[in-house]
Design a protein around this ligand. Structure first.
Ligand SMILES: NC(=O)C1=CN([C@@H]2O[C@H](COP(=O)(O)OP(=O)(O)OC[C@H]3O[C@@H](n4cnc5c(N)ncnc54)[C@H](O)[C@@H]3O)[C@@H](O)[C@H]2O)[C@@H](O)CC1
Ligand SMILES: Nc1ncnc2c1ncn2[C@@H]1O[C@H](COP(=O)(O)OP(=O)(O)O)[C@@H](O)[C@H]1O
Ligand SMILES: [K+]
Length: 494
């Protein structure tokens, strides 16, 4: 269903092995590999001409491989066009193949060249072309490359502008991990969009990504994931309402949770479900939490636990339960968890609910689970680093192990379900990096599930919508000034 809704907005994300396959097929068709490097360099050259005034000095950092080869040809094009360009040479051994051909061209036109170490003393506000490492990088950058990357990032902080060729140096194009990484205003990536640019640390280092296909061969290769771009929410309003509808059309969400000390989490989750459009919302909690919830938002039905069992808050078995926000891990939370499983309704499980899932067998209804990497590691019995080093596989393993739709949360989030290509959604929003953001997400996802029925579609749209609204909220209130619940006021803003 998400394929139908997201048509034109879901694009493929590939790993390095796929890029290599496409490269080889393209070289075989063309009978030569150098023309593709020339097209890559020309594409970069065009973007620099388009985006940067010719008065600014330009620095090209060139490594010894083909990524450096691209950079060398960019320096040639800029020099011939009259730009003030200097190339800092970071090759550690003599160049070979296409990189050597590129170097010979550079030597023929006398582009100014300096040794890479000299860049560490460079202090002008420049355009820096990062062509140190591309998809051939192995492991973390060597110490000398790390120093160049650090200095480049320092110049950018002081008013520079950085363009990364293919991949920001230091970023693993498969996993999105890295220790010292170029922070790029623009990444011009070749042939296809790469998974590492869109997950883990990738999105924070790539402020803008442009894909240049370079006339590469069109192979039908498996994608690691799809990417749902934010532009989707410019034209698509989730959970729209119809003229001939009534409250029953939009489903019922029941939030169970909010033990002493954690009432706010359950309140935020229930408010989120209501704001995201659920027809009716109930909250089952401690009396004190219910009092606070009703003062904030009287459209929510508050059920004091003293008045009955959790089942009393349902409206038939098509209700959606949210279990986890403020559940706690004490006896009260255990009891609610067991009671919720008995209700056999579709359930969004988060936070303490996930901790309990790891120790108890879930025999309840269909699940959407929303772990962050720490919770994912706990659920899979592996380390957080292992999760971060392969987020796609971690999300897929969770989907299989718990027979659930999974939203593995992060700067971007990975949504997985057995038998589906995972979907990556979101963009950096530091304003979300605070307690309560995940609680708000659960309510939005529950409302989407009531609306879209299909769990995978609800998870993709819910996670993307939460992120999109948060970014709009942060634009007005600032990353420090925004509270998670305030993003709810931006769910309907275009
Ligand atoms: N093959 C082709 O013709 C094309 C490739 N293109 C470019 O070629 C790149 C891939 O080129 P390569 O396969 O040569 O690989 P790279 O240029 O990405 O990396 C290889 C070089 O980096 C060094 N290196 C590797 N890991 C390192 C580390 N951790 N620290 C320091 N140095 C390290 C190696 O010694 C070698 O010099 C792509 O990213 C793209 O920019 C483009 O020109 C498009 C066409
Ligand atoms: N820097 C960030 N950029 C984008 N989204 C973020 C960022 N930090 C956190 N988020 C999002 O905020 C939510 C945080 O959830 P979680 O860690 O469970 O918080 P909580 O424990 O408060 O509920 C997730 O949806 C996550 O994707
Ligand atoms: K690079």
């Amino acid at each position: 269903m998400i394929e139908r809704i997201g048509q034109g907005h879901l694009t493929g994300l590939y790993d390095v092995a796929a890029v290599r396959q496409i490269e080889q097929a393209s070289f075989a068709i063309e009978g030569d590999s150098f023309p593709m490097m020339e097209r890559a360099a020309y594409a970069i050259y065009r973007h620099i001409c388009h985006r940067q005034p010719s008065t600014r000095p330009i620095v090209v950092l060139a490594g010894g491989g083909n990524n450096g080869g691209d950079g060398v040809l960019v320096a040639v094009l800029l020099h011939e066009a009259g730009f003030d360009v200097t190339l800092f040479d970071a090759a550690k051994r003599p160049r070979t193949g296409d990189a050597l051909l590129a170097w010979e061209k550079l030597r023929a036109v006398n582009v100014p060249v300096q040794p890479a170490e000299a860049f560490l003393a460079y202090d002008r506000s420049a355009v820096v072309v990062d062509a140190l490492l591309g998809i051939g990088a192995l492991g973390h950058p060597s110490a000398d490359f790390a120093a160049l990357i650090d200095h480049c990032n320092h110049l950018r902080q002081s008013g520079g502008w950085t363009l990364a060729v293919d991949v920001p140096s230091g970023l693993n194009a498969n996993t999105g991990s890295g220790s010292t990484i170029i922070e790029a205003d623009m990444v011009v990536t070749f042939i296809v969009d790469k998974i590492g640019l869109r997950i883990n640390k990738g999105p924070a280092c790539c402020h803008e990504i442009v894909i240049e296909s370079l006339q590469a061969a069109d192979l039908d290769l498996p994608q690691c994931a799809h990417f749902l771009a934010r532009s989707f929410f410019r034209t698509f309003q989730p959970c729209t309402r119809y003229g001939d509808s009534h409250k029953g059309t939009y489903g019922h969400v029941a939030v169970l949770g909010g033990d002493h000390g954690f009432g706010g989490a359950a309140i935020m989750s229930s408010e989120a479900a209501a704001r995201a459009g659920a027809g009716t919302v109930a909250l089952y909690s401690r009396g004190v939490t219910i009092g606070a919830a009703l003062c904030r938002n009287p459209s929510i039905m508050g059920f004091d636990e003293a008045q009955g069992e959790p089942g009393s808050v349902l409206r038939g078995n098509s209700s959606i339960i949210v279990l986890g926000p403020g559940l706690g891990r004490l006896e009260w939370g255990h009891r609610l968890f067991d009671a919720a499983a008995q209700l056999h309704c579709r359930t969004v499980l988060d936070a303490d609910g996930l901790r309990l899932l790891a120790s108890k067998h879930w025999e309840g209804g269909e699940l959407i689970i929303t772990p962050h990497p720490g919770e994912a590691a706990f659920l899979l019995g592996i380390s957080i680093d292992e999760v971060l080093n392969d987020l796609i596989s971690a999300a897929e393993q969770l989907a299989q192990k718990y027979r659930a739709v999974v939203i593995l949360k992060g700067i971007t989030s990975v949504i997985a379900k057995q038998g589906e290509v995972p979907v990556v959604v979101g963009a950096p929003c530091p304003g979300l990096a605070r307690g309560g953001s995940g609680d708000v997400l659960t309510g939005i996802v529950a409302a989407c599930w009531a609306y879209y029925q299909d769990a995978f579609t609800a998870a993709v749209i819910g996670a993307g919508w939460h992120n999109d609204a948060a970014i709009k909220c942060a634009q007005e209130k600032g990353d420090i000034g925004m509270f998670p619940q305030e993003l709810l006021m931006y769910l309907q803003k275009s």
